[in-house]
Design a protein around this ligand. Structure first.
Ligand code: ZN
Ligand code: ZN
Length: 418
């Protein structure tokens, strides 16, 4: 451990119990994307109380806190704040029982099923430690709390809300995510880390008729079925065997009864890719196949292809990541790892992109280490270890929080001056 990291992290003993209480409080009071008022207030209050200059309400509920501490680099650390519409089944004493009314009037459960409560707590902890140990570093530390990561629109909301003119331009942006690895684990990798995700809604048009008179119809059910099957050939027949991608049709809807040929069908699909070349190739292939199948079926009207959600790929800057990985190795020793490529997606990279700054993003573990070791021993990781978004995913309090606070501080200190 470097002396500076030791100095900054010496304060952790004094704030640990408060951070643990904060984590449980956030876990019990989750908020969906763009509704994170309570969480944002917790973050703002915590930052203000230790001397940060706080700007709240950026892009709705986004918060930044700036701690200027002399000449030196500007480091921005980002945490996402939102929870998911999942009913919690962890059985924890601090489990969420929160429900909200959805857009359709139905009751929606809310749960921190992705661990963003860990991210918020760890960034608050790191921000407090940086403020308590200002003699150990020079520069500016910016803590950024982002809304609505799960919907893929929170980073953009902050940028549209004027983020780049309201925060100093960072020299580097840092972010972390809790993942289903043993607590205490820290994993980073240069280059591709998370996939890009694109969701499309495709409406194909036919001509409705009586089910007994196909000659009078153009059948959109058959058209959609052909499209679904042919889309499977993009990954298997158009991409190189060494290129990773996923094309999943998650929803298909047409018709309302057995004896009526409907006049349209709607397909919703999700695409995961790891670089711009394969992303463009897959998206172009989808459009080509959809249009060609419609033409082959005598569709009377061009299909509508809408992009309903889009996450960029998360590609860690090589040099930035090397520097942070070295700092992790020095601090965490055998707990610092090179992590595998992940198929999840994130909108975090929009923030550094808006500033023209490099970034690095890493994972920390959140599973009880004994439970994880037992699952490894029994070969039951897939069955026994809950993953993000599962109703039983709840990172253990420790050593998850200590690791997340330490990782963020160590990474920041790899940049901040002496
Ligand atoms: Zn998530
Ligand atoms: Zn997440």
């Amino acid at each position: 451990m470097t002396d500076r990291a030791r100095t900054v992290l010496a304060g952790l003993d004094g704030i640990r119990s408060k951070l643990e209480a904060l984590y449980k409080d956030l876990h019990q009071n989750p908020e969906l994307g763009l509704r994170e008022q309570r969480t944002a207030k917790k973050a703002s209050d915590a930052l203000r109380s230790c001397g940060y200059e706080v700007t709240a309400g950026i892009g709705g509920t986004g918060v930044i806190g700036v701690l200027a501490n002399g000449d030196g680099p500007v480091v921005m650390a980002r945490a996402d704040m939102d929870a998911l519409p999942v009913r919690e089944e962890t059985g924890l004493l601090y489990a969420s029982t929160v429900t909200v009314t959805g857009a359709d009037g139905s009751e929606q459960p809310v749960m921190h099923a992705c661990g963003h409560d860990v991210h918020v707590t760890c960034l608050i902890g790191c921000a407090q430690l940086m403020a308590q140990a200002k003699d150990a570093w020079r520069g500016t530390f910016v803590a950024l709390f982002q809304p609505s990561e799960e919907n893929g629109d929170g980073a953009d909301a902050m940028i549209e809300g004027g983020l780049t003119s309201r925060a100093p331009r960072p020299d580097v942006v840092l972010a972390q995510h809790v993942l289903p690895y043993p607590a205490g684990y820290v994993g980073i990798r240069p280059g591709s880390f998370l996939s890009a995700a694109d969701s499309l809604r495709i409406t194909v048009h036919g001509r409705g008729a009586h089910g007994s008179m196909p000659q009078a119809a153009v059948d959109p059910v058959v058209m959609a079925a052909m499209i679904v099957v042919r889309l499977q050939t993009i990954v298997s027949r158009e991409l190189a065997a060494t290129t990773s991608a996923v094309v999943t049709v998650g929803s298909i809807h047409a018709g309302s009864g057995p004896n009526v040929i409907p006049d349209s069908a709607v397909i919703e699909l999700n695409v995961r890719t790891y670089d711009d070349t394969s992303r463009t190739q897959v998206m172009d292939a989808i459009e080509r196949i959809v249009r060609a199948e419609c033409q082959a079926s005598r569709s009377p009207k061009a299909p509508e292809i809408e992009r309903i959600a889009s996450f960029p790929s998360t590609i860690n800057d090589e040099e930035t990541t090397r520097r942070v990985a070295e700092a992790f190795a020095a601090h965490f020793g055998g707990d610092a790892h090179t992590i595998d490529l992940q198929t999840a997606s994130e909108d975090m990279s929009e923030i550094p992109k808006a500033f023209g700054a490099p970034f690095t993003y890493w994972g920390i573990g959140g599973i009880d280490p004994d439970r994880y070791a037992e699952a490894v021993r029994k070969g039951t990781i897939a069955e026994d270890i809950p993953v993000n978004h599962s109703p039983t995913f709840a990172p253990v309090v420790q050593p998850t929080l200590d690791t997340g606070v330490s990782a963020m501080a160590v990474a920041a200190l790899a940049w901040l001056g002496t």
